[in-house]
Every structure is written in C-alpha cells, then in structure tokens.
Design a protein around this ligand. Structure first.
Ligand SMILES: [Zn+2]
Length: 273
C-alpha cells in the first residue's frame, strides 16, 4: 500500500517540462549519467541541442536534435531537481545530469529513463488516454474508454489509458466536487456528469501547473485567501481526517492498491448519481 508516498500527478510533469525548456531548450546541453545506468543514452545526447520538451500525463519527453527522445517517468521515487551552476560533485544514484552554463538538472530514482526514437515516443502516447492539461486532448476518447470499463469510477479515473495524468489527489477531489463515491460503478456515470468532471479536471490541472501545487477548495469555505491555505486546507477529503466541508470523518479504504478517500455524507455510497 502506498500510504505515505505519492506519485507526482500530471501537473507536476507539465511544470517540469516547462521549467526544463525554459532553462535548457534551444542550446546544446551537456549530459552525463554519473551513476552509469544511463551512460550510453547520455553520451548520445551530450552536447546536442534540446529542441523541445513535452509531457503527456505522467510521462516526460526531452526531444534532442537528431531525433533522440529521452523518455522519463518519475514513478514513486523519482525526482528531477534544478540547481544553479556550479553544480555540486555528483553523489549517490544520479541517473542523469543535464547542464547549461548557468543551470543544471539532476534526475534520480526515476522508474524510466530511456532513449527513444520519435516512433517510440508515439507508441507510449498511443497507449495513454487524453491528458486534460494538453490543448490537443480529445475528451471523446476518454468518454469512449470509460464506457468500456466495468470497474468503479474510482479505479477508472486512475487508469492512464482512460485519462492521463490523474493521480490520487485529483481523483479524490474531483469525485468529492461532484458528490460521487469512489465505488460508484462507472456505468452509472452519465454523459453530462462526465462532461462536468472533465471540465473540472481541465481547470484544476491547468491551475496546478500554474500554481505548482494542488488547491481544490473554494478559499471562501476556509475563510482565508488562496495564497495562505496550508496543504491540509487545500483539499476537501484527500489525506484529511475530517471533511473540510461538513466535518464528517473521512472514510479511507484500499482501492486496487491505492488509498481512496471519501466523505460518505457528501458522497453517499449507494446513491445512483
Ligand atoms: Zn462532507
């Protein structure tokens, strides 16, 4: 059970893609793999121009000249950190270090860090559902995939082939926002409700990219300005003991290996939506 750690959600990966592009794109980038696990890949991209970065759900792509695409998935333990030059001497399991004259980025602990062709990238993206942060996302594909699922809506929302980029926080909060219990069968979600959930996710994830954190509450309900909300005050049910709206103890349970959260007063379990 992944009780304490959280996989970064899509907004974090899109933020990384933008920050990496802002620091490194358009010029040759020095690349190395001090740990050695990505030594061959790093040698191939070393001193090549980073042309662009891209994110699709929780997958990050760094596109270097010569059709060389670094595919990164942070998974549960991965971090990608920005450091000013001069960079400290590499220590520990440093998978990939990217450097310009001014700035460097260190990647550690990622589930995936591999070098692909553009066709390899396309194969990964083809397996993923639409990503609500992307302007080219097609909500029809998500709806069609959802129709084929026989699981609960709580499970379907985390299925990256239905929607890309949704993690545990956004799942808990989008369901709360619409009064839906995570165990409601997917077949009970009708089209207008799904359209409302999709619109909520688009707005919330894009806001997450901009603000670099997840705030799903209406600050008026807390009585503080948005900028002053603590992490606990920023969500209605996720990792909370009591529902922020009504004070009912939040119900937490294992749903396919991940914690699910619900306020069973605001999200009645047996109501057909
Ligand atoms: Zn409640």
């Amino acid at each position: 059970m992944r009780a304490c750690l959280a996989v970064p959600e899509g907004h974090t990966i899109h933020r990384l893609a933008r920050d990496l592009a802002g620091d490194l794109a358009g010029s040759p980038v020095r690349a190395s793999s001090p740990q050695g696990r990505f030594a061959a890949g790093a040698a191939l991209i070393d001193d090549r121009v980073l042309e662009r970065t891209d994110a699709h759900g929780k997958h990050l792509f760094l596109e270097h000249e010569g059709d060389l695409v670094v595919h990164i998935h942070l998974g549960l333990y991965g971090t990608f950190r920005r450091l000013p030059q001069p960079m400290p001497a590499p220590i520990g399991a440093l998978r990939l270090r990217l450097e310009s004259e001014r700035i460097g980025w260190d990647l550690r602990g990622a589930t995936a860090c591999e070098l692909l062709t553009p066709a390899g990238k396309a194969l990964i993206v083809a397996r993923l559902g639409p990503d609500p942060i992307r302007r080219d996302a097609d909500p029809e594909r998500a709806w069609a995939a959802l129709r084929r699922r026989r699981s609960s809506i709580g499970q379907a929302l985390m299925d990256q082939a239905v929607l890309a980029g949704i993690g545990n926080v956004y799942r808990a909060e989008v369901l709360f926002a619409h009064g839906i219990h995570p165990l409601v069968p997917t077949r009970d979600i009708d089209r207008p409700l799904w359209d409302a959930m999709w619109a909520w996710l688009v707005a919330a994830l894009r806001r997450g990219v901009k603000e670099r954190r997840i705030v799903t509450v209406d600050p008026k309900e807390v009585g503080k300005p948005r900028s002053r909300l603590s992490v606990a005050e920023s969500r209605y049910v996720y990792r909370r003991e009591h529902c922020l709206r009504c004070g009912t103890p939040v119900c937490r349970f294992d749903l396919a290996g991940r914690w699910a959260y619900a306020c069973e007063r605001c999200q009645p379990p047996y109501r057909v939506v």
